[in-house]
Design a protein around this ligand. Sequence first.
Ligand SMILES: [Mg+2]
Length: 173
Amino acid sequence: MRKPILCLDFDGVLHSYSSGWKGADVIPDPPTDGMVAFLDKAVEVFDVQIFSSRTHQPGGVEAMKAFIWDALGNHFDCSFAGDPRGLERALAIRDAISYPTEKPPAMVSIDDRALCFTGNWSDFDPKRLKEFQPWNKSKSPGSTISVSRNATLIRRIRMALTLIFAPARTGAA
Ligand SMILES: [Mg+2]
């Protein structure tokens, strides 16, 4: 039986997006807290699909894939000395996530710039909607915003080395 589709936005949902837009293939900020732990559980229940404004721009999908892989590798400790089951789980999650080129027919979506329609337009006052701010634009942003850029760079280098030397059976690419 096919799993229902969970559509995930990228910037402000998976990517903490504190630096603002730097280009479709530039993803400068860390993952949001708990992102990989959520994906780990979500792929068991849903067909997880990531759809973003980056999707249709050159290098956007590749950059999102690299970002997710980097986060998976960090979470599951895919280093040489790590438990090989960590690498296997990271690869399984990576391979379970897709990046559709059109907005998917999702059962439910998670987006940082959307409100849930309840069937009642009186819930929405256009003037108040104009004041909408996503969570990471508020005056007290979450702890993920302060994660060191150097730590992110070190993780990416470590993941690149792991991918270069990963066993062929993993199919890592
Ligand atoms: Mg967003």
